[in-house]
Design a protein around this ligand. Structure first.
Ligand code: UDP
Ligand code: MG
Length: 322
C-alpha cells in the first residue's frame, strides 16, 4: 500500500544508516510505539547509505510490515549528509525529525521535539547531548572545541551542532542542501537560508548498543575544512568576484605603487638600477598574484553562474516514494 501525498501528515522521521542491521527493527518498533501513543500521523524514512551488511533486507521486511516505513537505498556509500539530503527531499510531514540509527538517540524525545516545532513555532531544534556516552578523549574534548568555534563563527548559540537528533519545520529541510559532510553544520545552513528561530533541547544520549562508530579521526580535519568552506560559500558562493577581486586588487595596487615609486627613483636618480633591487621583484610578484586572483574571481563567477545547484546521487531502489 502506498501512502498518498498529503499535507496533513504530522511527522516524518528520517534515519540515515550505514551497516546498522541489528538495531533497525528495535529502533522502528520503539519509534512506532512512541508515535502511536501520541496519535501522530507519521512516516519513517530509512536511508541505507550503501550498507554492506543486511540492512537493506531488514528495511524491506520492515516496509512490508508497516506501510508508513519507507526506504531509500544508495548504490554506494555517499555519507551521512547525502543520506539526510535525499531523505529531506522525500519527506511529507509538517515536522521532520532526524535521528541516528544506532539507538544512541532515544525515540522518547520525539514528542518534545515535535511540540517545540508544531506548538512553539521554532524553525529548528537541535538536540543537545549534555551527558554523552562516547569515549571522552577521542570524542568529547574535540567536540567541545568544535562546538565552541562553530558557535563563535556562526553566532548561533548552540552547544551541540552535530547531534543526530534534530527537528525541523518541513520548509526548512526543503530549503537547505546538505552536501559534502555538511550534516555537522545544518543549523548554520538553516540560518543562512534565512531561518532565525533555532533553539536547542537537552536530549538523552545512550551508549551505542550494536555495531561501531562510522566516523574516525579524519572527521575533525574534514569538519574544520567544511567550516571554512561553508563560511566562504555562504558569503561569497554567489559572488566569488567580491572575494577574489578585492584581494586581487589589493595585491595589484601594492605592486603597482611600488613599481611606480621605483621607476620615479630610477628617473630622478640615474644610476640606480631596477633589476638588481629586491623590491622590484616583490612588486612584480605582487602584481602577478593580483591578476591571478582576479582571474580566479572571473572563473568563480562563471562556475557560480552555470552551477546546477543540486547534487545528484545514484539511487538503487526506493519503497513508497515517487
Ligand atoms: N551514517 C551514515 N553514513 C555514513 C556514516 C554514518 O548514514 O557514511 C549513519 C550511521 O549509520 C548512524 C549515523 O549516521 O545512523 C551516525 O553515525 P555514528 O553513530 O557512527 O556516529 P557517532 O555517533 O559515532 O558520531
Ligand atoms: Mg552514533
Amino acid at each position: 500500500m502506498k501512502i498518498p501525498l498529503t499535507n496533513n501528515m504530522d511527522l516524518s522521521i528520517v534515519v540515515p544508516l550505514l551497516n546498522e542491521e541489528e538495531s533497525l527493527p528495535e529502533l522502528c518498533a520503539w519509534i512506532e510505539r512512541v508515535v502511536n501513543e501520541h496519535h501522530y500521523t507519521y512516516e519513517i524514512i530509512l536511508i541505507d547509505d550503501g550498507s554492506t551488511d543486511n540492512s537493506w533486507e531488514v528495511i524491506e521486511t520492515l516496509c512490508q510490515g508497516n506501510p508508513r516505513i519507507r526506504g531509500i537505498r544508495f548504490q554506494r556509500n555517499y555519507g551521512k549528509s547525502a543520506a539526510l539530503n535525499e531523505g529531506f527531499k522525500a519527506v511529507q510531514g509538517n515536522v521532520v525529525i532526524t535521528m541516528d540509527a544506532d539507538m544512541q538517540d532515544s525515540p522518547d524525545e520525539i514528542p518534545g521535539l515535535y511540540r517545540l516545532i508544531a506548538d512553539d513555532g521554532y524553525d529548528m531544534i537541535s538536540g543537545w547531548k549534555k551527558k554523552r556516552y562516547d569515549n571522552t578523549l577521542t570524542k568529547n574534548i574535540p567536540s567541545r572545541f568544535f562546538n565552541w568555534s562553530t558557535r563563535r563563527i556562526s553566532k548561533i548559540p548552540l552547544h551541540d551542532f552535530n547531534c543526530g537528533l534534530k527537528s525541523y519545520k518541513r520548509k526548512v529541510v526543503k530549503c537547505i542542501e546538505v552536501y559534502g559532510e555538511m550534516h555537522r553544520y545544518i543549523p548554520v545552513l538553516a540560518k543562512w537560508a534565512g531561518f532565525r528561530k533555532i533553539g536547542e533541547k537537552v536530549v538523552e544520549h545512550r551508549k551505542r548498543k550494536y555495531g561501531t562508530t562510522k566516523f574516525g579521526w579524519d572527521r575533525f580535519v574534514n569538519g574544520f575544512l567544511d567550516l571554512a568552506s561553508i563560511m566562504f560559500v555562504s558569503k561569497y558562493g554567489k559572488r566569488p568576484m567580491h572575494f577574489f577581486g578585492l584581494i586581487g586588487s589589493i595585491f595589484f595596487f601594492i605592486g603597482f605603487v611600488m613599481i611606480v615609486i621605483l621607476v620615479i627613483g630610477r628617473i630622478t636618480e640615474p644610476g640606480t638600477g631596477l633589476s638588481n633591487r629586491p623590491p622590484f621583484y616583490i612588486s612584480l610578484t605582487s602584481m602577478i598574484i593580483g591578476i591571478q586572483l582576479f582571474m580566479s574571481g572571473f572563473l568563480g563567477e562563471l562556475i557560480a553562474r552555470n552551477a546546477p545547484g543540486r547534487n545528484a546521487y545514484l539511487i538503487e531502489k526506493k519503497i513508497g516514494i515517487e
